[in-house]
Design a binder for this molecule. Sequence first.
Ligand code: G3H
Length: 253
Amino acid sequence: SVYREMNSLRSLSIEVEKCLGVKSVFIVESGTHAETVKNLGAQAAIVFEDHISKGELIGVTGGETIYSVSESIVSRDEKFDVTVIPARGSVGSQARFQANTIASRIANKLNAKLQLLPIPETVSKQAMEIFLSDSEMREAYEMLKSLDVLLFGIGRADVMLARRGINEEKSSKVLNCGAVSEAFGNYFNLKGDRVYSQESVGISLDKFLSIPKIIGVAGGVEKAQAIISISTLRPDMVLVIDESAAHEIIKEV
Ligand code: G3H
């Protein structure tokens, strides 16, 4: 029955919360990849809308999962006094999965303000200096330092290395150091130690560790290790995952 299903997902969440030491875990049903991503988006949209309030500055990352969250957010007729900003520059080649695109979708749905960050995620030091000499750009960049809320997708180290076009040799080096997860240009092992970091346009690791409210969303067995790794960094976060990841996490921890 639906009740039994809900109860079993609830007890699974409690088990994962204990395993990871994370404050609050929501678990959705798994299905095909597309179904899982859709379920994650629907649940995370509810969690996200519950966690935001007037006057806040909200950062969002890119990726397929957070795109799905943006799809499920309910459109508001009335203006909502929050500002949405991409938490990082552009990566990869899919326009709809860019943080900028997703931030703009979310701002539209919430009837809120939008601050774009129109710059690639990986830039040279010189390019960064020029970028920051523009006052409007600098303002956007400064805003990233005072996020109240962060909605982010949890990525695997190997997938993110590939998405960033990092060459084979460097990728193997990072992976050989035990990297299983990535957040904002930082790569972490299963225990949450940073094993590699790459200059990138977005929030810093220090910032990531101090944003008041963070909501992480990820699913699929293949992301279990990445979820374990990122959870060690922010035990106070709210996590939205799927059943298959949950079972794998319990097996691994
Ligand atoms: O930033 C991307 C996330 O870390 C994971 O992306 O939702 O496409 O798997 P994804």
